[in-house]
Write a protein that binds this ligand. Structure first.
Ligand code: SF4
Length: 390
């Protein structure tokens, strides 16, 4: 029996609205938005970025997950993995009885048509979708439209004979799903993480070199059978939607210039294509924090979001370039006015630190949060800052 797929919700938006508000809303955050994104308490002046928190894709995915639970109270409901990169939201769904296939991947092959599986905002690979489809289970697809847009471009590259160079994190679910689209449509892909990796590729495009070295370096970041000699002759650029916009543009320009150097100006139209696939929500949050840092004198920045959230990590990178920055997962990371637990930019782990809050005098703190961070965590963080600052 083919899978039944829900892509536009389950007609229960109103039924779950109260629950969503109870779980993720913050009256304090609403109040601060209404007061020009500024909050004062004791010696604290807090400046909120003008765009932060849940993006449209996350909002929709969480809404659909709640609707699914409501619609199928007596059936097994699964997520393929984290619905979004926020531990609180995932934990909440667990308490509602939603199970995670990532806890035991073998369960996929035991699913039946009675089971319901929610696909996350960043999508799933073609292979995973085919496995679920073979089981005939009911699917609730929350893949964000901005991710579908990246897939559309990658498919177009594949069909046109272009290798997709994807600026992204090879371990990230969205990038894995995007890469699988290239293969599905007969194309090739190569994932580059940053400027340093794209420099290696650009050098090879210009001058050739030791392909085996590159093959070893990018072993887990290329499509099966990738040949560096053959598969870099025509390139289409795409990005994971949550990367740093400035870095994606820079990488695109580096690759374009390398292709011109190799094949000449006249051939570039046939050799290179690019579409900006950073999503507007990511862009808006990055622009807002850049504006806050530019226009407002703040002593330090707090960035709230899951440590595996790509867009949150990039907000922290932007802040750390000019201010002391503390990327925290939730309000509990603010242990006291002296102690904090945070993930420093570039580090893979959470670390303790002391002396993060100036001890005396007025203090101005800038605050933003990633696209998968609910407002209640932002509100609780602000309340704790207010407490520390009298
Ligand atoms: S970050 Fe962008 S692509 Fe990802 S879910 Fe949000 S809106 Fe969609």
């Amino acid at each position: 029996m083919p899978s039944l797929v829900f892509r536009k919700g389950l007609d229960l938006k109103h039924a779950v609205a109260g629950m969503l508000a109870d779980n993720y809303h913050s009256a304090l955050v609403d109040r601060i938005k209404g007061e020009d994104f500024t909050y004062r308490a004791g010696r604290l002046t807090l400046h909120l970025a003008r765009e932060f928190g849940f993006c449209y894709g996350v909002d929709r995915a969480v809404d659909y997950a709640y609707q699914t639970r409501e619609r199928f109270p007596d059936r097994n409901v699964f997520l393929t993995g984290e619905i979004i990169h926020n531990p609180h939201v995932n934990e909440k769904l667990r308490t509602m009885g939603v199970r995670f296939l990532s806890d035991d991947p073998a369960v996929v092959d035991r699913l039946t048509h009675d089971d319901v599986v929610i696909l996350p905002a960043f999508g799933v690979t073609v292979e995973m979708l085919a496995r679920l489809d073979r089981r005939g289970c009911t699917l609730v697809d929350t893949t964000c439209g901005s991710v579908l847009n990246v897939w559309k471009n990658v498919r177009r590259y594949a069909e046109g004979g272009y290798t997709s160079i994807i600026h992204g994190k090879v371990w990230h679910e969205e990038t894995q799903a995007t890469a699988s689209q290239a293969v599905q449509y007969g194309g090739k892909y190569l994932v580059v993480l940053d400027r340093a990796e794209s420099d290696l590729i650009c050098d090879y495009i210009r001058r050739g070199g030791d392909a085996s070295e590159l093959a070893a370096r990018f072993a887990s970041a290329v499509s099966p059978g990738f040949e560096f000699d053959r598969d870099l002759e025509r390139i289409g650029l795409a990005n994971q939607t949550t990367m740093l916009m400035s870095e994606s543009l820079e990488i695109g320009e580096l690759v374009r210039t390398a292709m011109i150097d190799r094949y000449g100006d006249g051939a570039i139209g046939d050799r290179y294509q690019a579409f900006d696939t950073i999503c507007s929500a990511t862009q808006d949050r990055q622009d807002a924090v850049v504006a806050l840092l530019r226009d407002t004198p703040v002593d330090l920045m707090i960035v709230i979001g899951g440590y595996n959230s790509s867009n949150t990590a990039n907000l922290a990178r932007i802040c750390a370039a000019s201010r002391p920055t503390f990327h925290i997962a939730d309000p509990d990371c603010l242990a006291s006015a002296q102690e904090i637990r945070h993930r420093p930019v570039g580090s893979k782990e959470e670390l303790p630190a002391t002396g993060w809050l100036p001890a005396d005098g007025p203090v101005a703190i800038g605050l933003t949060s990633g696209a998968s961070t609910p407002d209640n965590l932002v509100g609780a963080t602000i309340a704790r800052l207010a407490e520390f600052c009298g």
